[in-house]
Design a protein around this ligand. Structure first.
Ligand SMILES: O=C(O)CCC(=O)C(=O)O
Ligand SMILES: [Fe+2]
Length: 273
């Protein structure tokens, strides 16, 4: 990872030995490290979806991938993502976000395994949103504390699917139009972090003043984009990244045309005790 590290910042990611992820003790340590660092990097993880799911389940309950066409064949909890047309879902995630924000509470963690790494570009960028929150300029800090985020998830997905001529009843039934505070409290550690999403969060309202605002979102994303604590992960095949969606925001850099990037993604909906 290329780090634009800042003095005093928590170091993300923490590296972890893949073979330790299959022991109970190792899984407890991995969870603890995840909660501290926000992102874990495991090198040379086997290309084995059953093993990936075993590790994912040690973090908590898993999301079933929808629509079905995006599932890795034989594995309903693994989403296949590739630059190769027709292979799972194509690309995506090239905006600042946390995964699956339509649940209440939103999804806990993500595991992303690099089956085929791109030769250049196609990195994943991360920002620790606990740190970022504390370093916001005063006007945005005030917005973060006073504002409520409007997530019209059901409306956004319906519009997207209508344009693509698809309708997935099961997926639609998970979707909710949600409003939630801009600061999210971690369900296990109680850490507080800014929780945003360039796609699903459409506006901020100040409920006490009856005022709404979208311009602050642009300012927040501009600040995020230029944040010196951002880190960039360049993929090598066999990399497994695990991130905590409450603690970090991420964004994919588009891969070069003709370059192959194929990943397997598992979402942990809620952390186990
Ligand atoms: O492919 C990547 O680098 C990340 C894409 C993404 O946002 C995701 O898989 O959730
Ligand atoms: Fe994502």
């Amino acid at each position: 990872m290329d780090e634009r590290a800042i003095a005093g910042a928590r170091k993300i990611p923490a590296t972890f030995n893949g073979s330790d992820l299959i022991t109970r003790q190792g899984q407890v340590e991995a969870k603890d490290l995840l909660f501290r660092h926000g992102v874990l990097h495991v090198k040379d993880f086997p290309c084995d979806a059953t093993l990936l799911l075993e590790v994912a389940r040690s973090f908590g309950a898993l999301e079933i991938v929808r629509p079905k066409e995006h599932q890795l064949s034989g594995f309903e909890h693994v989403r296949l993502q590739s630059t190769i047309p027709g292979k799972g879902i194509q690309g995506g995630g090239t905006y600042w976000h946390a995964d699956s924000p339509w649940y209440d509470p939103p999804a806990a963690a993500t595991l992303l395994f690099g089956e085929t790494a791109p030769s250049e570009d196609g990195q994943t960028l991360f920002v620790d949103m606990r740190e970022f929150l504390t370093r916001l300029p005063t006007n945005l800090l005030e917005v973060a504390h006073a504002g409520t985020g409007i997530y019209p998830c059901k409306d956004v997905l319906l519009a997207e699917h209508t344009a693509m001529n698809i309708y997935d009843e099961e997926l639609m039934s998970r979707m909710q139009n949600i409003r939630r505070p801009l600061i999210r409290t971690h369900p296990v550690t109680g850490d507080r972090a800014l929780y945003i999403n360039e796609k699903w969060l459409k506006e901020i309202v100040f409920e006490d003043r009856g005022e709404q605002a979208t311009q602050y979102l642009d300012e927040i994303y501009h600040t995020l984009e230029n944040y010196d604590g951002m880190i960039s992960h360049s993929w090598t095949s066999g990399d497994l990244l695990i991130w905590d969606n409450c603690l970090v925001s991420h964004k994919a850099v588009p891969s070069k045309v003709g370059d192959t990037k194929t990943t397997w993604r598992v979402i942990v909906e809620t952390f186990s005790e």
